[in-house]
Design a protein around this ligand. Structure first.
Ligand SMILES: [Zn+2]
Length: 97
């Protein structure tokens, strides 16, 4: 990742094969799969702009909003999240109702 690389949208993370590291004020941090996160936002029709990402994410420990979002080469810490195609089918069905 070059110094000039910008990470303004989830598509930037995906293009640079980076994952998304989110940090909470409580000290908890999570690593999210950028490809799945982008699809998740797309399904919800949310903007994938990094500056508004935090409005749709919550800390699994304190339920706070992330204070910092940045690219990482670390592996996702919940690889089982939305792993199967039927997870996505279920999500889309739920969003339709
Ligand atoms: Zn927290």
């Amino acid at each position: 990742m070059g110094a000039n690389t910008r990470f303004d949208r989830l598509s930037d993370f995906e293009r640079h094969k980076a994952n998304v590291r989110v940090e909470c004020i409580c000290g908890h941090r999570g690593i999210l799969d950028a490809v799945k996160l982008r699809r998740w936002f797309f399904c919800h029709r949310w903007s994938d702009a990094v500056e508004v990402l935090g409005a749709h994410l919550r800390c699994s420990v304190c339920l706070g909003r992330p204070v910092r979002v940045r690219p990482t080469v670390e592996r996702p810490d919940r690889p089982e999240w939305m792993m199967h195609e039927h997870d996505w089918k279920r999500l889309i069905q739920r969003l339709r109702n």
